[in-house]
Design a protein around this ligand. Structure first.
Ligand SMILES: [Fe+2]
Ligand SMILES: [Fe+2]
Length: 192
């Protein structure tokens, strides 16, 4: 038998819910799961570069910080979902792309940029759904917390890819690792 107090609390979530369309809730849950997928992918990449045969501490820390940021993004969405009276739905996190796809730092950063562009496209789609459903609060949430940060991060990755393309020698890659360690101590998206 359902607990009456719990039922009352659930009703409270429905009572506080206002102008929050099902389509927005679903798309927000998809976004949340994309952030967790990115968190998992960055984690796999980070520890690939921590291996003794890779030994690139700068790249390792950069990717580890990126993984943490993705988890923060997921939690930001979860907090927001509860504020809107929605229901958080976590799905299984897919297996990351195998390490054979990012053997060196250049391949890893190219993969990261491709992933960020996909995440950004989904954010833009989410914003479009929020606009169509006339949900200014959700539009504002996406703009304030995600859109600028995404393009800032994508620029950082594109810059690094250009620099690594220029530095394609063992010494160049070694120097790049020293550079990335100091140039992005606050992570891809900078200090908040
Ligand atoms: Fe993210
Ligand atoms: Fe990201």
């Amino acid at each position: 038998m359902a607990n009456p107090m719990r039922l009352m609390r659930r009703t409270m979530c429905q009572l506080m819910r206002q102008n929050f369309a099902k389509s927005c809730e679903e798309k927000l849950n998809d976004q949340l799961n994309m952030e967790l997928k990115a968190c998992h992918q960055y984690l796999a990449m980070a520890y690939h570069f921590d291996r003794a045969d890779m030994s690139a501490p700068g790249v390792h820390n950069f990717l580890l910080q990126a993984s943490r940021e993705e988890r923060e993004h997921a939690e930001t969405i979860m907090k927001y979902m509860n504020k809107r009276g929605g229901l958080i739905k976590l799905s299984a996190v897919p297996e990351p792309t195998p390490t054979s796809a990012f053997e060196d730092a250049l391949a890893a950063l190219r993969l990261a940029l491709q992933m960020e562009l996909e995440v950004n496209q989904h954010l833009l789609d989410l914003h479009a759904v929020a606009g169509k459903e006339n949900d200014p609060n959700l539009c504002d949430f996406i703009e304030a917390n995600f859109l600028q940060e995404q393009v800032d991060g994508q620029k950082v990755l594109a810059d690094y890819i250009s620099q690594l393309e220029r530095a394609q020698s063992d010494l160049g890659v070694y120097l790049f690792d020293k550079y990335i360690a100091v140039s992005n101590a606050d992570g891809m998206h900078g200090k908040k």
